[in-house]
Design a protein around this ligand. Sequence first.
Ligand SMILES: Nc1nc2c(ncn2[C@@H]2O[C@H](COP(=O)(O)OP(=O)(O)OP(=O)(O)O)[C@@H](O)[C@H]2O)c(=O)[nH]1
Ligand SMILES: [Mg+2]
Length: 385
Amino acid sequence: MDRYSSEQMARDIASEVAGIKVNMSQLNMMVIGKTGTGKSTLINGMFGEDLARTGTGFPVTMEVGSYSKNNYPFIIMDWPGFELEGDKSINVQFEDIKKVISLGNKSKKPQNMIHCILYCVSATSHRFEEAEIDFVRKLLAETGRYKIPVILVITQAFMKKDTQLLKESIEESELAFSDVVPVLVQDVDLEDYIKKAYGLDRLAAAISRVISDDLKNTLECVQQVNIRMMTRRAVMYVNGFATKAGALGLKPIFRKIDIYPIIVSTLANISAVYDIGISQEFIEAVSALIEDSEEVEIRQNKILKVVRFLEPTVYLANSAYVGVQAGAVITSLGQVFIKYMNLISSKEMSAEELDPKALVNEFNERFATAMRRNRHRRIWGNERK
Ligand SMILES: Nc1nc2c(ncn2[C@@H]2O[C@H](COP(=O)(O)OP(=O)(O)OP(=O)(O)O)[C@@H](O)[C@H]2O)c(=O)[nH]1
Ligand SMILES: [Mg+2]
């Protein structure tokens, strides 16, 4: 039997992952706020530590940290923190921000525009000072002209009372933020107890609500905090590949070799969504184990044998069944893999603990169940004719 070679598999994984990125629109974001509010911590927590420094692409006076992620069409600008008193930087920064926003807009190219701004204020500051309110008012007047959503992020929100006070003071000031989201990016040790990190998933959802649909795709891939968002995206890929696998049933003879590239693509796409590096060896091991899997073997031989002697109409029906089966391989495998990616994402297990055997065992169970359901529907229906 033709082996699906490692080199071919490596190429498929690479092009598959590159393909995901091609189909996304450029998403540009900014993070602004006073010194030490936790802007950099927020960016790392939300998008991962592996951000790469890039140029801003704009003529700005200030030294702005501009970051991208694994070559995704995504840029996040980490503006230097400012002080409110005796600090010129706040005004320079405002001019720079204005310039970036208006130049982007003038270019009329969505890929140059700023799509969302996160304004950080620390919960430990209890209230917005007048000077900060003034700055924010100016900022919101500017962003309002271009309809750029600004989300207020209450950072370092480990004390409920502080967070509530700040929220109230913000509401009183009637500033036109698109949303207000408290977050704690890293756990805080409060001596008596440890306050667990929270809120980043809500922030991701809040951003998703205010950006356009084509940008949601990019956000779903670059953020790594909202598991529901990642699952939804992964399931979408699995459904796509299951349909592709299902189409195999329309061929006169469907060989298992045909399904390997689809298995590879499915696993590669899911791990890209979660940004969890999965080695080629791992994918190969999974594919090889599936090759050995009796469930697939027996069912498939039986079907192919029967199929050859059948009437064309029945043949077609059965060939569709083989397709359903190939689709079920992908669906079951995808479901199991997503489950493990979720466990790794939520730190309930580590990527190193992921065992191809355990994964395939679970896959076999799910697959057998899926097949049992299908057999009743399809085979019995045909045999009674
Ligand atoms: N435990 C905990 N510490 C945080 C959190 N957010 C920020 N910090 C701490 O607060 C300090 C300032 O955080 P940074 O992320 O550097 O703040 P920044 O806004 O980027 O600061 P500048 O770049 O100087 O403006 C650091 O010591 C962080 O570790 C958080 O959610 N939890
Ligand atoms: Mg910083």
